[in-house]
Design a binder for this molecule. Structure first.
Ligand code: ZN
Length: 269
C-alpha cells in the first residue's frame, strides 16, 4: 500500500488499553498509535499485539520512518522487536530510527541486540530536547513521574501541534510544559488511587480529575483520551469523555480501537 497520495494528517489507534490488567485481558487492544503526518509515518508505543493490529489495519511497517517508545513498561514496548523486524523487512533493509529513553536500552533493554544493526539509528529521549523525523519535529518537554524514565511529546506537523501526555503521576507544573491544537492524554484511572506498597502515594497514572485540570489549563481545540485501565473501560470511555466535555467546555473524544482521527477535524473548530 502506498501513501504517496495521502496528504492529510491522521492518528490511528492500534489500541486504547493501558495498564497490566487491561493488557493481559485484551478487553481493549494495546498496539500503540500510528501517526501519518503528510506521509511521514511513525509508530508510537508498540505494546503487545502491535504487529497484529498493524496488519489487521493494513498499515505497512516498511513505510515507517521511526518507532518512538515513551518508556520501557510492557504496555508501551512489548512489540518493539517484532515491529523493528517488520519495519526493516525482516532485518534485511536498514531503516528507521528508534527513539526511547536511555534506561530502555541501557538498564533493561527492550530491544534484542541482534536487531540494533537493522536500524538506521537510535536516539535517546531527554527532557527539553528536540528531534526530527521526515517533515515532523517533536520535543520531549519534561521527564514524567512514572517509576521508569518516561517522556511525553509535542509534535509539530506542517499544519498542527499535538501534545501527547503519556503515563505520569499528575503534578502541578505538568500543564506548563504542554500546548497544542490537539491534546492526547493517557487516562488510565477513573479515580486517583494509591498503591498498597506505598500507602498514601498516588499511583503514577492520570485519573479523571487530572485530565479535567490538564484540559482546562492547556485549552486545546480537541482532547483525545486513550490508554484506558479497567475502571475507565467499565465506566465506558465515551461517557467519561462526555462528562469531561461538560466540565471543561472543550470537545473531549474517547479513542476507540482501530479509530483513525483526522487532524482536519481541528480546523473545523
Ligand atoms: Zn507505564
Amino acid at each position: 500500500m502506498s501513501n504517496e497520495n495521502q496528504s492529510n494528517e491522521t492518528i490511528t489507534f492500534l489500541g486504547t488499553g493501558g495498564a497490566r490488567f487491561m493488557i493481559i485481558s485484551q478487553n481493549l487492544a494495546s498496539g500503540g498509535l500510528w501517526f501519518n503526518f503528510n506521509g511521514t509515518q511513525i509508530l508510537m508505543d508498540p505494546g503487545p499485539g502491535s504487529i497484529v493490529q498493524v496488519t489487521k489495519r493494513k498499515l505497512n511497517p516498511q513505510e515507517l520512518s521511526a518507532i518512538i517508545v515513551s518508556h520501557r513498561h510492557l504496555d508501551h514496548s512489548a512489540d518493539v522487536n517484532v515491529m523493528t523486524e517488520a519495519m526493516t523487512e525482516g532485518g534485511f533493509e536498514k531503516r528507521g530510527i528508534l527513539f526511547c529513553p536511555r534506561d530502555a536500552l541501557e538498564e533493561d533493554s527492550i530491544l534484542h541486540n541482534y536487531l540494533r544493526k537493522s536500524l538506521l539509528g537510535i536516539e535517546y529521549l531527554e527532557a527539553g530536547k528536540s528531534y526530527t523525523v521526515g517533515n515532523v519535529s517533536f520535543t520531549t518537554p519534561v521527564k514524567h513521574i512514572h517509576l521508569v524514565e518516561n517522556y511525553g511529546m509535542i509534535f509539530k506537523t506542517q499544519k498542527h501541534t499535538i501534545a501527547y501526555i503519556t503515563d505520569t503521576r499528575y503534578f502541578k507544573e505538568l500543564s506548563d510544559f504542554y500546548h497544542g491544537d490537539l491534546l492526547m492524554l493517557n487516562l488510565t484511572f477513573l479515580h486517583p488511587r494509591t498503591t498498597p506498597s506505598r500507602p498514601g502515594a498516588p499511583l503514577d497514572h492520570l485519573a479523571m480529575p487530572d485530565a479535567e485540570r490538564l484540559i482546562k489549563d492547556i485549552k486545546p481545540k480537541i482532547a483525545l483520551l486513550t490508554h484506558f485501565g479497567m475502571g475507565v473501560w467499565r465506566a465506558k470511555p465515551a461517557l467519561v469523555a462526555q462528562e469531561l466535555t461538560e466540565k471543561t467546555g472543550t470537545k473531549v473524544i474517547a479513542a476507540e480501537d482501530g479509530m483513525t482521527f483526522d487532524l482536519a477535524e481541528l480546523d473545523k473548530i
